[in-house]
Design a binder for this molecule. Structure first.
Ligand SMILES: *[C@@H]1O[C@H](CO)[C@@H](O)[C@H](O)[C@H]1NC(C)=O
Ligand SMILES: *[C@@H]1O[C@H](CO)[C@@H](O)[C@H](O)[C@H]1NC(C)=O
Ligand SMILES: *[C@@H]1O[C@H](CO)[C@@H](O)[C@H](O)[C@H]1NC(C)=O
Ligand SMILES: *[C@@H]1O[C@H](CO)[C@@H](O)[C@H](O)[C@H]1NC(C)=O
Ligand SMILES: *[C@@H]1O[C@H](CO)[C@@H](O)[C@H](O)[C@H]1NC(C)=O
Ligand SMILES: *[C@@H]1O[C@H](CO)[C@@H](O)[C@H](O)[C@H]1NC(C)=O
Ligand SMILES: *[C@@H]1O[C@H](CO)[C@@H](O)[C@H](O)[C@H]1NC(C)=O
Ligand SMILES: *[C@@H]1O[C@H](CO)[C@@H](O)[C@H](O)[C@H]1NC(C)=O
Ligand SMILES: *[C@@H]1O[C@H](CO)[C@@H](O)[C@H](O)[C@H]1NC(C)=O
Ligand SMILES: *[C@@H]1O[C@H](CO)[C@@H](O)[C@H](O)[C@H]1NC(C)=O
Length: 720
């Protein structure tokens, strides 16, 4: 069979040329002719069928317009894309397109991936179509200068198709369609720069399908339209909405094939077709099935080659054909044929039923190495040659890569908006596919059947200013947050993230207090907090304000052999004390007072700064005693303590202070509160006791930590 375009510009006489080659001017004729009646009715109620999204890429006016031919509104793309540049095709091509939407386009000179995001319903099956009409918008003659001009398309985080515009008439339209299930409440389409020309796009159309349709499409399998033909004597090049309620594009086989009129015979009927239960799988419009092609009675085979031509290389695709048949010859014929893909028998001895629709396909069985040749060969018992009404051919699109956890995505989007981050790579899914993940993020892809999670956010030196984004607080897998070298101000939010291991806020303008939960995790050695280079460090002196990293071992509380445990505890006790003794020399605010120490007792000596820290700036008063206030405090190892502070006025004449310390330090009785330490210098006289809240036996048991060997009393502190 000689294949070639009939009404469209001919590129090669020996190649079947598809609708892709059809200049839009041809479409103008057919659309105007076939839809004239429709236009009249539709202009009255120009409505968008439910769930349809029509986007005219590059169109700048934010108010939508009604497409005359379709009677549907099209909107600009300003709300669905953040990057790219609007263009118009060159004036010499302006007359060509039927579809007004082809006249404008959006190109993406920057970034390797640029994405559109369309609102969708999670779990709904959609047909998504993108069209590409170059129109030499950039005056570079890219499609005809002999170089490769191609770019990729992703549906979400998975590869969908390559758009190949090499050696392509600039007025011709390439269109790509995919049937997919929305993984979330948005569906993204990304253009991938392969380094062979700047990607661009002309339109985007989204149509919801019924769940029952295309049953082989599921969350891990999408399909890309390879060819979709209707047969019979059809002289509209492309049939679409409203004939097809789902706006699939059906190309006329007779107009795509050069010698169609000589080799094929067209049939048609106006009889109603009977809907069989299986019909809902494809819902092919009756108007399409009421036409068919067959052959002259002295011939025995229909050959269909669908894989020739640019953009139609079938070799690296896995194809799934769906043949739609219904017998529309009313003379009760005997028609039987075998259906072959090349030389593989797919469906033997098939006989179409009169006015009943049969859709023949092998669900989920994509053919490897299909070359796009199909034969319908008459069987020996058949009195009539084969017949066909419609054919759809899809290629497999694997949806192996999972989108990032949707909560993480939402929080990252909030952060992006909050800080007005305009990074070119911050486009599309944050983690997936890996090679396009957002700059500064590290994701956990290790669980292959789970959505990737974000574990590191590095916004160091990103010119951030203002307050902290609270969205970080909800990212439950975040381990490492680096916001260093920015201009962040204000209070640190209470990042109660159990997963957080590193919080680097160094070199900002943070002045506010550090939340308890962060301090506690830091003190327990669970969080590496970095605050150096912030105003807050002029007030507080702790290791998180110095450049050295702190490395206090995390206390191991486990059920191990007692001997091991005990020796470990002893060692840690020693280490602990050494550490803190060293520290109080290093960071002593009031070191000059310390030589007054007359005590040689085996309890910890606190500095004033340390007391301030453990009591969170003397925040919580738990009692009032004879010569001062008693405050609640928390030690680095999370032990709760009561800090009894002498009033400043009583410091001068507190002659009984040191004897009390000395006495108490020697007393270890189970009905007395244990003295854990003291502070003594000109600024401060204080005693630090174990703190026990009343009656909580569980806390009592759990609170028995390493270095406290004294028995704790069960009654509340009575200090004054
Ligand atoms: C946008 O479209 C509306 C309606 O078609 C029109 O009135 C308006 O002038 C257009 N605005 C611009 C800036 O072209
Ligand atoms: C584009 O390039 C082709 C091939 O080099 C050439 O024949 C054609 O004249 C060029 N068109 C324009 C508008 O430059
Ligand atoms: C999934 O991601 C990997 C790594 O990023 C990539 O190589 C692969 O092509 C992707 N798979 C699909 C179906 O897009
Ligand atoms: C088939 O029949 C047609 C007329 O019906 C005739 O023109 C054609 O030559 C025949 N072809 C063959 C191979 O006999
Ligand atoms: C793109 O199309 C050109 C011209 O038709 C062809 O030579 C080339 O192999 C195609 N490339 C790809 C990757 O499909
Ligand atoms: C999706 O369908 C394919 C066959 O089409 C099947 O192998 C696969 O298991 C299905 N996946 C899910 C998640 O249902
Ligand atoms: C089907 O018919 C075509 C065309 O006549 C022929 O080339 C092919 O070999 C036939 N296939 C089989 C399996 O008979
Ligand atoms: C963040 O990025 C900076 C360079 O941009 C690098 O110096 C720093 O180590 C990174 N932080 C983390 C936690 O990876
Ligand atoms: C974080 O989660 C809580 C509860 O799930 C919610 O109330 C809050 O709005 C979330 N914060 C952000 C910034 O989304
Ligand atoms: C902080 O802001 C000042 C002035 O706005 C600017 O000069 C400086 O570069 C910024 N610093 C950082 C680390 O972004």
């Amino acid at each position: 069979m000689l294949l070639g375009p009939k009404h469209c510009k001919n590129q090669s006489t020996m190649v079947m040329v598809m609708s892709y080659h059809c200049p839009a001017s041809t479409k103008l004729t057919w659309i105007l002719a076939s839809l004239l009646v429709l236009v009249r009715t539709i202009q009255v109620r120009a409505q968008l069928p439910k769930g349809f999204i029509n986007i005219d890429c590059g169109w700048k006016n934010s108010s939508s317009y009604i497409d005359d031919a379709l009677g549907m509104p099209y909107t600009f793309d300003g709300e669905s894309v953040e990057s790219g540049v609007s263009h118009e095709m060159l004036p010499e091509f302006m007359a060509d397109p039927t579809n007004k939407q082809e006249k404008t386009l959006r190109s993406f000179p920057d970034g390797s991936r640029n994405c559109y995001t369309l609102a969708s319903t999670t779990g709904t099956k959609y047909l998504l179509r993108a069209t590409f009409t170059y129109g030499n918008y950039d005056r570079l003659n890219k499609s005809l200068d002999g170089s490769l001009f191609l770019f990729g398309l992703h549906i979400g985080v998975n590869f969908w198709a390559t758009v190949n515009l090499s050696n392509w008439d600039p007025s011709f339209t390439v269109w790509k369609e995919v049937i997919t299930i929305a993984p979330s409440n948005s569906l993204s389409v990304c253009l991938i720069n392969f380094g062979s020309g700047v990607p661009f796009i002309s339109t985007l159309e989204l149509r919801p399908l019924l769940d029952a349709m295309y049953p082989f499409v599921n969350t891990s399998v999408s399909v890309s339209n390879f060819q979709r033909f209707r047969f019979g004597n059809v002289n509209t090049f492309t049939t679409r909405y409203p004939t097809d309620y789902y706006d699939r594009w059906w190309d006329s086989f007779s107009m795509s094939v050069v010698d169609y009129s000589t080799s094929m015979i067209s049939l048609n009927t106006s009889n109603n077709l009977e809907s069989l239960p299986g019909n809902s799988n494809f819902s092919v419009p009756a108007a399409i099935l009421q036409n068919a092609s067959t052959k002259d009675t002295n011939q025995s085979s229909i050959t269909i080659n669908v894989a020739a031509g640019p953009n139609l290389g079938a070799n690296d695709l896995q194809l799934l054909p769906i043949f739609h048949f219904t017998e529309i010859n009313m003379t009760n014929p005997n028609r039987r044929f075998d259906i072959y893909s090349k030389d593989v028998l797919m469906f033997p001895d098939f006989s179409p039923s009169q006015l009943q629709v049969h859709s023949m396909y092998k669900s989920g069985q994509f053919m490897q190495n299909a070359d796009g040749y199909f034969f319908l060969n008459k069987t020996s018992s058949s009195s009539l040659p084969p017949l066909i009404n419609a054919l759809e051919l899809y290629s497999l699109v694997r949806m192996d890569n999972l989108t990032t956890n949707s909560d993480d995505v939402n929080y990252m989007k909030q952060i992006k908006t909050y800080y007005k981050l305009a990074r070119t790579s911050w486009n599309g899914d944050p983690c997936s596919p890996r090679e396009y993940s957002w700059e500064g993020l590290i994701c956990d892809h290790s669980k292959s059947n789970q959505n990737p999670r974000i574990v590191t956010v590095n916004l160091s030196t990103s010119g951030l200013s203002g307050g902290f984004a609270i969205s970080f607080m909800n990212m439950t897998s975040l381990e490492n947050l680096d916001l260093s070298h920015n201009n962040l101000t204000g209070a640190i939010p209470d990042y109660q993230l159990k997963s957080l291991k590193v919080l680097d806020l160094s070199n900002n303008k943070i002045n506010g207090p550090i939340p308890d939960s962060i301090l506690q995790r830091f003190q327990a050695g669970l969080l590496d907090l970095r605050l150096e280079g912030n105003p807050v460090c002029s007030k507080v002196k702790d290791t998180y304000c110095s450049k050295k990293k702190k490395s206090i071992p995390i206390l191991l509380i486990a059920v191990i052999v007692p001997v091991v445990l005990i020796s470990l505890l002893v060692m840690m006790c020693i280490l602990w004390k050494l550490c803190w003794k060293g520290k109080s020399v290093d960071n002593e605010d009031y070191a000059m007072y310390e030589e007054e120490t007359p005590l040689h007792i085996d309890i910890r000596r606190f500095t004033y700064a340390e007391l301030k820290l453990i009591t969170n700036d003397f925040k919580t008063i738990v009692g009032k005693g004879g010569f001062g206030m008693v405050y609640h405090g928390t030690l680095e190892n999370s032990d709760e303590v009561a800090v009894k502070v002498l009033m400043e006025t009583s410091i001068a004449d507190s002659t009984d202070f040191l004897p009390e310390v000395q006495t108490l330090s020697k007393v270890h009785h189970r009905n007395l509160v244990a003295l854990k330490g003291y502070c003594q210098n000109k600024k401060c006289l204080a005693l630090v006791y174990d703190f026990m809240s009343r009656g909580n036996l569980q806390q009592l048991i759990r609170g028995a930590t390493v270095c406290t060997t004294t028995t704790k009393p069960l009654f509340p502190n009575k200090l004054g």
